[in-house]
Design a protein around this ligand. Structure first.
Ligand code: FAD
Length: 507
């Protein structure tokens, strides 16, 4: 069970992960202490960096909680102003730069913020007590300094069917039993980022629900070591390189992401930790609020992109081609794409507005545009990194060959680039590019960019919903001189999005 602790430093954090008796499977075996597993450890280090940054740079990664008046990690803060939302993005970019991977805490931050406003509005409609209970949960995790996982994505079975229509009811997490003390849930969540590295998991809904899905309308917080949970660790490309003796072939020996499948077999959620129970009409609002925050959280990839651009620039320099105009142009293009990701995310945050609960939320249109860029631009940045790196990024011999007394000498001779650069430096940079685009951290930089917070079509649907094409048509009709009485009325119909575009920034 969760201990009564207050985690402040990375050491506190490492200690907090021990002796939890999680049931974790990896390579067909049960693992005793995940934190000590050499493949898992780099993902723990990435989360630990979020604690280090809060100490090294409190301005960026910590904040005073309005509920406790104590300094807390920014990942646990409920945004009280547009500035708070903007600062989340700045922290995310910095952590991307420092780790070169997914540091796993954004999903929890975005779950906390979205549920804060959704529970408030649910209570307004149904006169319930979810918001009070949720606030108590927030205060508890802020005091404890805990890591929160956001468990949204169900395994989903046949995507064309609603949860209640599935052949097997467990393909979406649902209530399996109700008692007067709480509910039991069964089912599975896929791709759960940082779940073993979290202390609490907030189970949420994946999609909008209808009346017949009422047993699926359950949201609640569960300690990650609760009885009935089994974790099956996801394989990442080249993950076993973390078992290698040396630290070169792995590319980034310190940091990695983490994803696992989480299976719930009648897991208990007590009443005080239930934040939705049957209000299926609020499932869509929760999904939309969560994805609104989470899609602009993908500015983290611009921090990771900074590392990849730096690696490509170093590779060019070590090859002696850094002055070539096409190389400079490719680095400029990578930077343009990377800053476009950041620009749309941070703009979404600057255009935050207050919800009825008092928490601030970013602009949905720009959040979706940000995430949609991320689904493409990271791949293009990776492609350009491969172009600049040359074929060695995928054909280098192993560190053992470089260390071999006979062939090592040959490799160092024949894989020399610029004379003043040791061959090992060249190899290390190429391995880092490989790690970020083909290896362990490509999961975070590429696949997560594609599917995390929803696959590309999910953003296009949201952009299409909010694009106000009738308003735009009316603007054109009016200016073109076409006589149309209706268009004049429509041109003045400023929507939420444009209202934010035209109003002065909130402070
Ligand atoms: C690295 C990584 C980390 C992640 N971390 C988390 C996490 O921490 N927490 C969490 O909850 N989730 C997480 N996710 C899950 C992520 O949100 C999902 O991957 C995403 O929502 C897509 O779901 P899926 O993977 O099941 O793909 P699918 O839903 O199978 O999508 C595959 C394709 O099918 C299309 N499709 C799906 N359904 C339909 C339909 N009904 N009609 C038409 N087309 C459809 C999609 O648009 C897409 O093109 C993570 C994913 C990744 C890859």
């Amino acid at each position: 069970m969760i201990k009564e602790i207050s985690i402040k430093t990375s050491k506190d954090y490492f200690d907090s992960l021990r002796n939890r008796n999680l049931i974790v499977y990896y390579f067909g075996e049960q693992i005793d202490e995940p934190i000590d597993h050499p493949i898992i450890r780099p993902s723990v280090n990435a989360v630990a960096k979020t604690y280090d940054l809060a100490i090294e740079n409190p301005e960026i990664a910590s904040v005073i909680s309005p509920f406790t008046n104590k300094r807390i990690n920014r990942f646990l803060h409920i945004a009280q102003s547009p500035e708070d939302v903007v600062m989340q993005n700045k922290m995310q970019r910095r952590l991307g730069q420092l780790t070169g991977t997914c540091f796993q805490r954004c999903v929890g931050m975005d779950a906390l913020n979205s549920l804060f406003s959704v529970t408030y509005e649910m209570d307004e409609k149904y006169n319930g007590s979810y918001h009070k209970k949720f606030k108590e949960f927030v205060v508890m995790v802020q005091n404890g300094g805990f890591v929160i996982g956001g468990a949204m994505t169900d395994v989903k079975g046949d995507r064309s069917l609603a949860p209640h229509q599935q052949n097997d009811p467990d393909l979406y997490v649902h209530i399996s039993k109700r008692t007067n003390k709480g509910v039991y849930i069964s089912g599975a969540k896929a791709h759960q980022t940082g779940c073993l590295n979290s202390h609490w998991m907030i189970v949420m809904r994946t999609i909008r629900l209808g009346e017949k899905d009422i047993d699926y309308a359950i949201v609640g917080a569960i300690p990650t070591d609760a009885k009935g949970i089994t974790y099956i660790y996801g394989r990442q490309s080249c993950d076993t390189r973390s078992l290698d003796e040396g630290d070169i072939d792995v590319g980034n020996a310190q940091y990695a992401g983490q994803e696992a499948m989480v299976i719930f077999d009648n897991v208990f959620i007590p009443n005080e930790r239930i934040f939705m129970n049957g209000e299926y009409d609020f499932a869509a609002m929760l999904v939309e609020r969560f994805t609104c925050y989470h899609r602009r959280s993908y500015v983290c990839k611009s921090g990771v992109g900074d590392v990849l651009i730096g690696a490509a620039a170093a590779a060019a320099e070590y090859n002696g081609v850094e002055k070539a105009s096409h190389i400079k142009d490719k680095l400029t293009e990578m930077t343009h794409l990377n800053e476009t990701i950041y620009a749309t995310g941070i703009a979404s945050s600057y255009q935050s507005h207050e919800t009825a609960s008092g928490a601030y939320i970013c602009d949905d249109m720009l959040a979706n545009v940000c995430k949609h860029h991320v689904t493409k631009f990271t791949y293009e940045i990776g492609r350009l990194a491969h172009d600049i790196a040359g074929g060695l990024v995928a054909t280098l011999p192993s560190q053992k060959d470089f260390d071999h007394p006979k062939i090592g000498i040959l490799l160092k001779k024949y894989l020399k680039g610029r004379k003043e650069i040791p061959t090992e430096n060249r190899v290390r940079i190429l391995r880092l590019i490989e790690n970020m685009t083909l290896g362990r951290n490509a999961v975070g930089y590429l696949t997560e960019s594609m599917h995390g917070a929803g696959s590309p079509q999910a953003q296009r649907i949201q952009i299409a919903r909010e694009m106000q094409v009738e308003f735009k048509k009316a603007l054109a009709i009016e200016l073109s001189g076409i006589k149309n009485n209706n268009s004049e009325k429509l041109t003045n119909k400023i929507t939420d999005y444009f209202a934010r575009v035209f109003s002065p920034p909130e402070s």
